[in-house]
Design a protein around this ligand. Structure first.
Ligand code: DOR
Ligand code: ZN
Ligand code: ZN
Length: 434
């Protein structure tokens, strides 16, 4: 019997080395690996000579908006951006309008995504005054914003942090948090005040507060977008704890604040861009010290007027789904990041943190979520993004890797700038293993 698809003679990374192999895909799963000439028959064959065959990336931190913020992004454009970026699974943050604090809103998001998606979309929920535990079977984690709670009247004091940690423990979910100990009432009047409010000290203190609460309850904690060397150092001290994981974004690793005039919102995000020293230390924390478990884009789309406004009024957040893979693989091709660290942080690490089985590596029986990538020099241009958000601080940056074909569940979703299926045809809500 012929298998559904053969990815023929591509470059497959095995133990940090490039090997030439073919991968057979059948019934949405990886059927096996074959040497040249030993492949089974395939109903469809893709010539992968010169292409890297990689596990599709898992981006565990994205804001796809939709519902009442579809002018910024929706599940269609957001997942098209993912597919075009070689990302086959995204996990959507709960700070939408309305926020995900109830089963009703979660259901609305799941229903919308199921009609519009081009890749797998998972969800997080926030924690309201009373936690709606009926959401638990369909979410991959809890997410909290101490500096900007999803509900009016919640303050992230010690009691609130403990409540969140206990809930995460009770439901065996990771507790993700945006590390920032400032408060919504801290309104910056100048750029300097903005950076001062969202300082490294504020980031470190926030991580420390969650660590203090974790000691007692041993819940799984995930630190989102670590941006400071001091935070990476603090995490390193707790590395032995298997219940602590940490994430970094490409922009915090590759861009520093001094590279931008900050006249408008082009490079405005939270946490803000830091010093060149911080960027170096984050890259080291990822590669040498293993203090970082995963790379996520924090894809946070906003409209053009919101980003071109003067800095203080501009919205925080930048698109990232279409730049993560090119930026990360450029580091690999230029020898600054190993294949092992790339695959660990972009693919297998997030699958492990989220507890989603059958994703994140290329192995027999695993889901056929695959990115085919060409080594090619090109320059990032926001105008070419599938995302509705087209302003990127990486504009004009030279990169060395181009996603060519993206396969989800064994189906070709994206190929050379074109979408091969309609919205809602492929992709699922990834479910945690029990
Ligand atoms: O810059 C940011 N934008 N940081 C966040 O934490 C939220 C995000 C957003 O939702 O726009
Ligand atoms: Zn955040
Ligand atoms: Zn975010």
């Amino acid at each position: 019997m012929a298998v559904d698809l053969i990815l023929k003679d591509g470059i497959v990374i095995v133990n940090d080395r490039e090997t030439i192999q073919s991968i057979a895909v059948d019934n949405g799963k990886i059927e096996g690996f074959y040497k040249q000439g030993e492949e089974p028959e395939g109903k469809k064959i893709i010539d992968c000579r010169g292409l890297y065959i990689l596990p599709g990336l898992i981006d565990m931190h994205v804001h796809l908006r939709d519902l009442h913020q579809s002018e910024k992004e929706d599940y269609e454009t957001g997942t098209m951006a993912a597919a075009a970026g070689g990302i086959t699974t995204v996990v959507d943050m709960p700070n939408s309008i309305p926020p995900v604090l109830t089963r009703k809103v979660l259901d609305e998001k799941i229903a919308s995504a199921s009609q519009k998606r081009f890749v797998n979309v998972g969800f997080y929920a926030g924690i309201g005054k009373i936690f709606d535990s009926s959401m638990v079977p369909d979410i991959l984690g809890l997410k909290v914003y101490p500096h900007s709670p999803l509900l009016y009247g919640i303050h992230f004091d010690r009691k609130q942090i403990e409540k969140c940690v206990k809930l995460a423990k009770k439901h065996n979910l990771p507790l993700l948090f945006h590390p920032d100990s400032s408060s919504k009432d801290d309104r910056p009047r100048t750029r300097e005040e903005f950076f001062h409010i969202h300082s490294c000290e504020s980031e470190v203190n926030s991580v420390q507060a969650f660590l203090d609460a974790k000691v007692e309850y041993e819940a799984r904690l995930h630190v989102c977008h670590v941006s400071c060397s001091a935070t990476a150092r603090l995490i390193l001290e707790h590395r032995a704890e298997h219940t602590l994981t940490a994430e970094v974004t490409p922009h915090h690793m590759f861009l520093s604040g001094d590279m931008f005039p900050h006249d408008d919102g082009t490079a405005k995000m939270l946490p803000p861009l830091r010093s060149p020293y911080d960027t170096q230390m984050l890259a080291q924390a990822l590669c040498m010290k293993c203090a970082i478990d995963c790379v996520a884009s924090d894809h946070a789309p906003h409209t053009m007027p919101e980003k071109t406004a003067p800095f203080l009024e501009a919205a925080s957040g930048i698109p990232g789904l279409e730049t993560t893979l090119p930026l990360m693989l450029t580091e690999v091709f230029e020898g600054r990041i190993s294949w092992i660290d790339f695959l660990r942080c972009c693919c297998s690490g997030p699958a492990m943190i989220l507890g989603i089985p059958n994703k994140g590596i290329l192995a027999q029986g695993y889901d056929a979520d695959i990115a085919l990538v060409r080594r090619q020099e090109w320059y990032i241009s926001g105008a070419d993004f599938q995302s509705k958000a087209k302003i990127t601080p990486f504009e004009g940056r030279r990169v060395l890797a181009k996603p060519v074909t993206t396969i989800v569940d064994g189906q070709i979703v994206y190929h050379e700038g074109r979408f091969m299926v309609g919205p809602g045809i492929v992709g699922k809500v990834p479910i945690r293993k029990a």
